[in-house]
Structures are given as C-alpha cells and as structure tokens.
Design a binder for this molecule. Structure first.
Ligand SMILES: Nc1ncnc2c1ncn2[C@@H]1O[C@H](COP(=O)(O)OP(=O)(O)OP(=O)(O)O)[C@@H](O)[C@H]1O
Ligand SMILES: [Mg+2]
Length: 264
C-alpha cells in the first residue's frame, strides 16, 4: 500500500489582483498563473521521498494535490491505482506542525489518530505504544503548552503514526526547531521509517535532511515548476556525505542545482 503515481500533473491558480471598480477601471479578472507544469513521478510503496526546491516553487501545492486537498488543473494522482479525488483520512495523514489541539492533552491528541479503532482496549494500547515510541512516556496528561517545541513535534509524530496511514505527508516537519531537536527528530523519523516502512513524503529546505533521510530525492524548480531531478538513493543508513564520496558528490550537485554556494 502507498504506491503513488503522478501523471502529467498541471496546476494553475488565478492571480489575485486588486480590483478597482469604476467606469474607467472596470474589474479585471486575474490572469492564470501556472504553478506546476506536467509533473510525472512515481513513488514506490514504503519509500521515503524528500522534496527540495526554492521557496514558492510549488512543493506544498504538489503535496496538497497528492493529499486531495486541492484539485489538479489537468493530469492526475493515483494512490494504489485509485484516482485521488478528495482527502482520505484512512490512507493519508498530513503531519502539520502546530497541529496539536491546545485544549487536549498529549493522550487525547494521539487518540484523535486512532478514533477508527473500535475496541477500547486496543485503542488504549495503540495510543500508549505510539506515545512510548516517541519517548513521551509520563507526559500523557500534559497539554501542548506544557511541552517544549521538540516534544510537541514528537507528539504530532505520535498522532500521525497512530493513524497508521498508507501515506504520511510532512511539509517542513523541522520548521522552527532548534539544531539539536532537528537532529533528534530527523533520526526518529528515519528509525520509524525503517521500522514501519510507510510511504513518506517530506518537504525540506535542508539538503542534508534530504541526503540523510531520502530513499529518493526530487528537486523541483522553475516557473512553472518542473521536476529537475528525480534520483533514487541506495545508500545504507547511517549516512555521512563526508565519508561516502558518491553521497558527497550528490550533495555538491544539489547545492549547485539549488543555486547555493556553501564554500563561503
Ligand atoms: N490557493 C492559492 N491561490 C493562488 N496562488 C496560490 C495558492 N496556493 C499557492 N499559490 C501560489 O503557488 C505558488 C507555489 O506555492 P507553494 O506554497 O506550493 O510553494 P512552496 O514550494 O511550498 O514554497 P515554500 O517553500 O515557501 O513553502 C506560489 O507562487 C503561491 O503564491
Ligand atoms: Mg511550502
């Protein structure tokens, strides 16, 4: 489960313009703005896919189309052979930061992920299992405001995993985290992925995140955005671009591709 096929996907929005109504300046409808141009991609079951690209190029738009939150202008996304026509909470879970409900405890927030499990005992076990997995044991009755930034992110992760989706979508999951929490949560995501093998799509701005986590790296760019690179990574974990020459070369290639010079 969790095989994603994206075929000839195009997306446009109507540009928003300030409309000044009046006899000399009638309302002008906005022009069409093309965001995604003919995207063709295939993500295999259980793959960890890291999406890179400059800000505003359309990464979140692509994720929204895969999650069914928005419709394509043309082309289609199919998951396990079924065309995506709207959101489906059973199959896809979108991991959002600041997605915890502030009036609910960690336990209750994670419980939201397992509300489909009918048996109360099985539900309790599943909640505890996921809370333990992200190392939040003993913080079950804490409210989000009583947790650190890294702990909140781990609780969000527990909720996402408890939902047991076929596809896990993470748009910039490390946003706003300090350096150490970023490293720790990245490691936890990689470990969980090794264990659970869910198809996982991660948007990140950090090339090293993509190199260390991805089974596949996709770079998007241009206006409208096209796929600039789609590379499968067969390097085993743990990965270190400093010790692995091929990984180091790919790192250089990605920096060049994204127009950044890191040798300053
Ligand atoms: N609902 C919308 N209506 C109109 N334009 C939109 C809409 N959503 C996104 N856009 C435009 O689509 C483009 C791509 O946006 P998107 O959020 O997908 O970029 P992104 O690659 O995720 O950027 P970032 O890395 O900054 O998050 C932007 O130019 C944005 O203004
Ligand atoms: Mg985005």
């Amino acid at each position: 489960m969790g095989h994603i096929l994206i075929q000839d996907l195009c997306k446009s929005y109507r540009n928003r313009r300030i409309a000044r109504r009046g006899p000399r300046d009638p309302y002008q409808p906005g022009e069409i703005m093309w965001i995604l141009d003919n995207i063709n991609l295939e993500f295999h079951e259980g793959e960890m896919v890291c999406l890179l690209g400059p800000s505003g190029c359309g990464k979140s738009t692509l994720l929204r189309l895969i999650a069914g939150f928005d419709g394509a202008t043309s082309g289609e996304v199919t998951i396990d052979g079924k065309k995506v026509i709207g959101p489906s909470s059973n199959h896809i879970f979108v991991f959002q930061h600041s997605g915890l409900l502030p009036w609910m405890t960690v336990w209750q927030n994670v419980e939201l992920g397992v509300r489909n499990v009918e048996d109360a005992r099985a539900r309790r076990e599943k909640i505890q299992e996921n809370i333990d997995m992200v190392d939040l044991t003993d913080f079950e009755q804490h409210y989000p405001h009583q947790l650190s930034g890294g702990m909140k992110r781990r609780a969000e992760l527990a909720r996402a995993l408890a939902a047991n989706p076929d596809v896990l979508i993470m748009d910039e999951p490390f946003n706003g985290l300090d350096f150490l929490s970023h490293m720790k949560i990245r490691e936890e995501i990689v470990n969980m992925h090794e264990l659970l093998r869910k198809t996982t799509l991660v948007v990140t701005h950090d090339i090293d995140d993509a190199l260390l986590m991805g089974d596949r790296i996709v770079v998007m760019g241009g206006r409208p955005a096209q796929v600039k690179l789609n590379r499968q990574l067969d390097f085993p974990h743990p990965r270190d671009p400093k010790k692995n020459a091929a990984l180091g070369d790919l790192r250089d290639e990605l920096f060049l591709m994204l127009g950044v010079s890191y040798a300053v």
